[in-house]
Design a protein around this ligand. Structure first.
Ligand code: ZN
Length: 257
C-alpha cells in the first residue's frame, strides 16, 4: 500500500473527477494521499476533499510563485484557521522559487518564514518547494532551526546529495516524484539511493509530470504513483511492497495520521 504525499487534487483537471481519481488510486494500491493547497481557495478545496474521503489528508499554505498576489493580513488568518482542522496534516505548499521570478526573493522569504513559524506553533510539518535555490533554502532552514525543531518534507526533490544531506541533518524527509523515473535522471536516482529508509517519501505532484512509462499521459494522478514506487524499489534493491511499507510508515509518522 502506497501513500502519495503530494497531489494537487484541487486542480481543475482533477477536482471535478476527484471521486474517480481517488477510486483509481485505491485500486492501484495508493490508499492514502495528501492534497496540497497553494493559496486560500485551493486550500479550502483540499480540506473539503478530505471530508469526502477517510484516507485523504490536506496541507494548507501559500505557494512561493503566487505569494505576490496576496496581502498577508487578508489571507493568512484563513490559513491559520484551517491548520487546526483535524484532517490538515501539514503546512504548505511553501518554500522558495528562483526559477519563475514571479515575486521578489525578499517577499518569498517573508512568506516562507510565516509558514515556518506556523509549523512551530502547530507542530505540523512543512511541505517545502525548492526550485533553483538550494543554497538559499537550506541556509534559511538551518537558521530557522535555531528557533525551533524543523519538521517537514522536501517535496519533489531534485537537489544535490549535499543538499539532501543537510536537509536530513535538520530532520527532514525527502520526497521523490516522477522525475526520478526519467531516463536522464541517473544522478537523482543515486541521490535517492543515499536517503536512509526512514526518511524516504514518494509522491506524484499530480497533475504535473507523469512518471515513466506514462510520461505522455496527462493529467498525472495518484494511481500513477506505483511507477515511481517501482523505480525507487529498484534503486533501493527491495521489493515494491517493502518500499510501499517503508514510505507509507514514514508518511504516517511525519503527517501524524
Ligand atoms: Zn506541489
Amino acid at each position: 500500500m502506497y501513500f502519495d504525499t503530494h497531489a494537487h487534487l484541487d486542480n481543475q483537471q482533477l477536482s471535478p473527477i476527484v471521486e474517480q481519481v481517488v477510486q483509481r488510486a485505491a485500486a492501484a494500491g495508493v490508499s492514502r494521499m495528501t492534497a496540497i493547497g497553494t493559496d486560500v481557495p485551493t486550500s479550502v478545496r483540499c480540506v473539503e476533499i478530505t471530508e469526502q474521503f477517510e484516507h485523504v489528508y490536506a496541507a494548507v499554505g501559500i505557494h512561493p510563485t503566487v505569494c505576490q498576489n496576496f496581502v498577508a493580513d487578508e489571507v493568512w488568518p484563513a490559513i491559520v484557521e484551517m491548520a487546526s482542522h483535524p484532517k490538515v496534516v501539514a503546512i504548505g505548499e511553501t518554500g522558495l522559487d528562483l526559477h519563475w521570478e514571479t515575486s521578489t526573493f525578499e517577499l518569498q522569504k517573508n512568506w516562507f518564514q510565516r509558514h515556518i513559524d506556523l509549523s512551530f506553533e502547530t507542530g505540523l510539518p512543512l511541505v517545502v518547494h525548492m526550485r533553483d535555490c538550494e543554497t538559499e533554502i537550506v541556509t534559511m532552514l538551518e537558521q530557522a532551526a535555531v528557533a525551533g525543531r524543523i519538521i517537514g518534507i522536501m517535496h519533489s526533490f531534485t537537489g544535490s546529495a549535499e543538499t539532501a544531506r543537510r536537509c536530513l541533518k535538520l530532520g527532514m524527509y525527502i520526497s521523490f516524484a516522477g522525475m526520478v523515473t526519467f531516463k536522464k535522471s541517473d544522478e537523482l536516482r543515486s541521490v535517492a539511493a543515499s536517503i536512509p529508509d526512514d526518511r524516504l517519501l514518494i509522491e506524484t505532484d499530480a497533475p504535473y509530470l507523469s512518471p515513466h512509462p506514462l510520461r505522455s499521459k496527462r493529467p498525472n494522478e495518484p494511481s500513477y504513483l506505483v511507477h515511481t514506487a517501482a523505480c525507487l524499489a529498484d534503486v533501493k534493491n527491495i521489493s515494491p511492497e517493502r518500499l510501499g511499507a517503508i514510505t507509507t510508515a514514514n508518511a504516517r509518522r511525519v503527517f501524524q495520521c
